[in-house]
Design a binder for this molecule. Sequence first.
Ligand code: SAH
Length: 398
Amino acid sequence: MTKTIDLQLNAKSIADIKKGYPLILKEAALNPEVLKEEGSIIRLVDRNWRFVAKGYYGEQNKGIGWVLSRDENEQIDFDFFEGKIRKALERRESYFNDPITTAFRVFNGEGDGIGGLTIDYFDGFFMISWYSEGIYKLKHHVYGVLEKIVDYKGIYEKKRFDTKGQYIEQDDFVRGEQGDFPIIVKENGMNFAIDLNDGAMTGIFLDQRDVRQSIRENYSEGKNVLNTFSYTGAFSVAALHGGAQKTTNIDLASRSEAKTIEQLSVNGFDYEQQEIRVMDVFDYFRYAKRHELKFDLVILDPPSFARSKKYTFSTARNYPELLMDAIAVTEKNGIIVASTNNASFGMKRFKTFIEKAFNDADSIYKILEESSLPRDFRTSRDFPEFNYLKVVILQKTK
Ligand code: SAH
C-alpha cells in the first residue's frame, strides 16, 4: 500500500477545481514539498485538509499535474483508465465510421478526463503523446487498455516532457507492426502522407481539419494562394482540391520542400506547377512587396514563437505586424486566413491584433468565419484556455 499524499491548495484553486477546472497550478500548492515522485496519485485538499479531488503529479509547462476525479472513493487504476478511454472512443464513433477521414484525435487530454495524454489515430496506427514524466509513469495502464479494447496495426509514442512540451529524440515504435512509412491517410477524401517515426512532426496537424475543409470549399476556386509557414503544404493541398489556380508555399525549414512535394504528389498534383520556397516569411514579404505581387488568398499559420537568423517572432507580440505584411500582398476583396495556436491569449485579444493591423495599414476588413478546435479535439466549454486554436477568416474590403 502506497501512502497517500495530501497536497493543500489555496482557496482560489480549490474553488476553481470544484467548478471543474482540471489543472493543478504550481503557484496554488501550499505544501509542494510533499511532491516527490512524478506519477504519484495525490489527494487535493483545502486548508482544513478536506478532500476536494484526486489527481496525479506531473510537471508540465503550465502546471504540476491534473485532476482526475472528484470522487474520493474512485481508484485511479486500470479500470479508471479503461473507463476514460472507452468513453473517448465512443465519442469518436462517427469518425471511426467515416470512410473518407482516417486520421483524427481519439483522446484529447483533460477534455477526455486525463490531462497530459493525447492519442491520435492514423488509419489503424495509434500515436500516443506523453506530456509529462508523471503521465508517462502511468503508461502501463494506457497500453494495457489499448491492448484490451482496440484493434490496432501498430502503436507509436512521442515523449514531450523535457521542457515546454518539446519532443525527446527516441525510438517512437512501441508495439504491433511497424508502419511502412509514409502511410497515406485520408481527410475528407484528401490524401496525406504520414510518418510516425520521424520526430515530433507527423506530416499533418490534425487540429486544422475544419480550416482545410473551409479553405477548400469556400475560398479556393480559381484563386492565387500564398501559404506562409507552410510546413508540408497541407493548406495548399486543400486549396488545390478546391480548384486553386496556383499556390506559393513559404517555409524556412529545408525539409519542408521535400515534404510539400510529397503531399502534393500523393494527391496527384504536379508540384512543378506550384512554387515552393525555403525561405524566411519576412524576407518573402519584402520580396513580394518589391515585385508588387498580390494574392487572392493569404494563409498565416505561424508557430507561437520563432527565431530565425534575422528575426524573432512571437505571436503574442508581433501578430499585428505579420498581418500588416499579409494585408500588403492581398488583393482588394482577397481573403486572409489568420491562425494561431498560442494558448496564452484568447479569441478576444486575437481580434484586437487584427483590428490593430488593419487600422495601422489603413485598410478595412470583414470577418467571414471564426473557428477553433474541431470536435475530436474535445475541450471543456467552461475553460476556453484549453481550446488553444484560434482561426479568423476575413476579407480585405479596402
Ligand atoms: N501551417 C502549417 C503548420 C505550420 S508549423 C500546416 O498547416 O501544416 C510552423 C512552420 O513555420 C514550421 O514548418 C517552421 O519551419 C516554419 N517557420 C518558423 N519560422 C519561420 C519563418 N520565419 N519563416 C518561414 N517559416 C518559418
